[in-house]
Design a protein around this ligand. Structure first.
Ligand code: G6P
Length: 609
């Protein structure tokens, strides 16, 4: 939520910062701004709306200079307008701040600062930081920022520059991500890896409470106690091209089509279809701990939560361990019964979701070991968890998550196989068969992607619908939830996901000719029941769109609209069935002229509570 980029070196800072912000726009797009230092003066430009508005403003009023910071905003305090856009300045206009997070005690600080004569220009919480730094600045920006941060409560990733100290950028983080990119005679800062990929692969992830002084030729990091510390340098293997659209019209479509690769990359090298060996390289629990497990808590938000719901079926069916799945913002405020014989699996694409992180910390306090399923290397979740099983999806830029979801499912299959093996709840033969089936899944997903044209035609037909019901049962109930979420997120159509068997207890009252019903009706143990549910909906005038298994003649004759996916063991059906639903929501959004990659009001990485 909100993206920050900074540069210090000998190249034009403006170009690099705008390019980086473009890659971070998924973090927020209510407004954007940039501040560049030139001849001991600050040049500031800000615009409401997407980055393109700022780029346009810069065309007629360019910034010069080789040191600067920029920001793309997802509004928390203060509506999206130019005054509330970052960067924010102090009274003199010589101290400039970009910030991601929330300063909780800003009202109290603002009052004190106003009483001592500071004049505020925005409604944001961030502006207090600029004034706090101003109040302490006497030539040493590092000390002034240190002093200012001692007074604030809340979450922040920030970058600060001062006209009177042009040789460095001061940055700090607490409960919001910040990365330093290392170059030759130049250095960078950013909220997330993709922003810096074209410039450097050498990255340092700041830790909680860290503060750093970044100049062109050195980076000095201090921990929260003020001591100099060395943080590990990571070499990031992600390809800059992965963070580009690569010929696709939208990131979301590209990412949907990258799923076979993302799934394969996530299991490759971790299991063997020859002998059934599983090697998760420490990203699991030791055999003894798995045998002792009394319970699994799976905690996540959004699409990752839906992956968790599928995970429940996997761990219960295969490893015979009871599972509770929680939305992180709920889990953190209830009193889960945690102990060392339970395990928490937190799932997060970004590894920075504030509620998921809070749930992780709560679990650790309760002495419950935490395993993260995470996509972003070096993210806070991955650092704080006891072990991280990385999905290997590469950067996901589209706000609506797609390949991260199927990558997460893949990681959960791996963990469930591993634990079933360790507990002896599956025979070696069954495990080997399942591992071999998983091996076939990327090819089946490629087949399912061929439904794109069908989904486009269906989208043309249904693009004017105001409501949609999505039904699924058993292991495909979470798929119905995910399909409905995708439609809501990017095409702004009200959609409700429901367990098909529960329809008669409420939603059936909504069904009429204006309420299309998407039904996941692939082969499996509840197939007959789903056919019954389809009949019930049709009897009330509902138009059914069925996702069915190739060769299903019964569905063909029963429904006017259907799409077919390849046959897989029911256990793997969610990973296949979700594909046409992703494509449907994508084509619906395109039909309706919606902004697919940057849907209104949403942000990809929700770093505030
Ligand atoms: C936001 C994103 C979703 C994502 C959710 C959880 O709502 O728009 O796509 O599923 O956050 O994010 P995480 O990074 O923790 O998986």
């Amino acid at each position: 939520m909100c993206g920050i980029v900074g540069y210090i070196g000998s190249k034009p800072a403006g170009d690099i910062i705008i390019d980086g912000l473009r890659r971070l726009e998924y973090r927020g797009y209510d407004s954007a701004g940039i501040a560049v230092l030139q001849d001991r003066a600050i040049e500031l430009r800000r615009s409401v709306g997407k980055l393109s508005a700022l780029v346009k403003a810069l065309e007629s009023n360019a910034v010069r200079g080789t040191v600067g910071i920029g920001h793309t905003r997802w509004a928390t305090h203060g509506r999206p307008c130019e005054e509330n856009a970052h960067p924010h300045t102090d009274c003199t206009g010589k101290i400039v701040v970009v910030h991601n997070g929330i300063i909780e005690n800003y009202l109290e600080l603002k009052k004190q600062l106003q009483q001592s004569g500071h004049v505020f220009k925005s409604e944001t919480d961030t502006e207090v930081i600029a004034h706090l730094v101003e109040a302490r600045f006497n030539g040493d920006l590092l000390q002034a920022v240190q002093g200012a941060l001692a007074q604030v409560r809340g979450a922040y990733a920030l970058g600060v520059i001062a006209a009177d100290e042009p040789g460095r950028i001061i940055v700090a983080r607490r409960d919001a991500p910040l990365i330093i990119g290392l170059g030759e005679g130049e250095n960078f800062l950013a909220s997330d890896i993709p922003a810096l990929l074209p410039y450097t692969r050498r990255m340092v992830f700041l830790e909680e409470g860290d503060l750093a002084a970044i100049s062109a030729d050195k980076v000095v990091i201090y921990n929260s106690g003020g001591e100099t510390v060395v943080r590990k340098e990571h070499s990031i293997a992600w390809d800059a091209v992965q963070a580009e659209k690569g010929g696709y019209k939208h990131f979301m479509l590209k990412e949907i089509f990258e799923q076979p690769q993302a799934i394969q990359d996530t299991f490759r090298g971790r299991l063997s279809p020859e002998d059934g060996a599983i090697n998760l390289d420490g990203a699991t629990l030791p055999a003894e701990a798995v045998r002792q497990l009394s319970k699994i808590y799976i905690v996540a938000c959004g699409t990752s939560y839906h992956a968790g719901l599928v995970g429940k079926f996997l761990f219960e069916n295969l490893a015979r361990i009871p599972v509770e799945v929680d939305i992180a913002s709920e889990f953190r405020y209830r009193s889960p019964v945690l102990d060392k014989n339970a395990v928490a699996i937190v799932i997060s694409q970004s590894g920075e979701t504030a509620d998921t992180l809070a749930a992780l910390r709560l679990s650790k306090q309760g002495k419950c070991p935490v395993i993260a399923v995470c996509n972003a290397i070096g993210s806070t979740v991955s650092r704080e968890a006891d072990a991280t099983l990385y999905t290997r999806c590469g950067p996901e830029i589209g706000v609506a998550s797609t390949k991260a979801f199927t990558g997460q499912l893949t990681a959960l299959y791996l963990l469930a196989f591993d634990w079933a093996g360790k507990r002896g709840t599956l025979t070696g033969d069954t495990l080997l068969r399942l591992i071999r089936e998983l091996w076939e899944v990327p090819g089946k997903v490629s087949e399912a992607l061929k439904s794109s044209d069908t989904m486009r035609s269906l989208a043309k037909e249904f693009s004017q619908a105001r409501d949609f019901l999505y039904l699924g049962r058993n292991i495909n109930y979470p798929v119905a939830l995910e399909g409905a979420l995708k439609l809501k997120e990017i095409s702004y159509i009200h959609a409700e996901g429901y367990p098909a068997g529960e329809m008669k207890h409420g939603p059936i009252a909504l069904i009429d000719e204006d309420m299309p019903v998407m039904v996941v009706a692939t082969a499996g143990k509840v197939y007959e029941k789903i056919l019954g549910n389809i009949e019930e909906a049709q009897a009330r005038g509902g138009t059914i769109i069925a996702v069915a298994t190739e060769g299903d003649e019964a569905i063909k004759s029963k429904t006017s609209h259907h799409v077919f996916v390849p046959h897989v063991d029911e256990l793997f059906s969610p990973i296949i069935n979700v594909v046409p639903l992703q494509l449907f929501s994508y084509h619906m959004a395109v039909q309706r002229g919606c902004d697919v990659d940057q849907p209104r009001n949403l942000a990809k990485s929700v770093t505030v509570e």
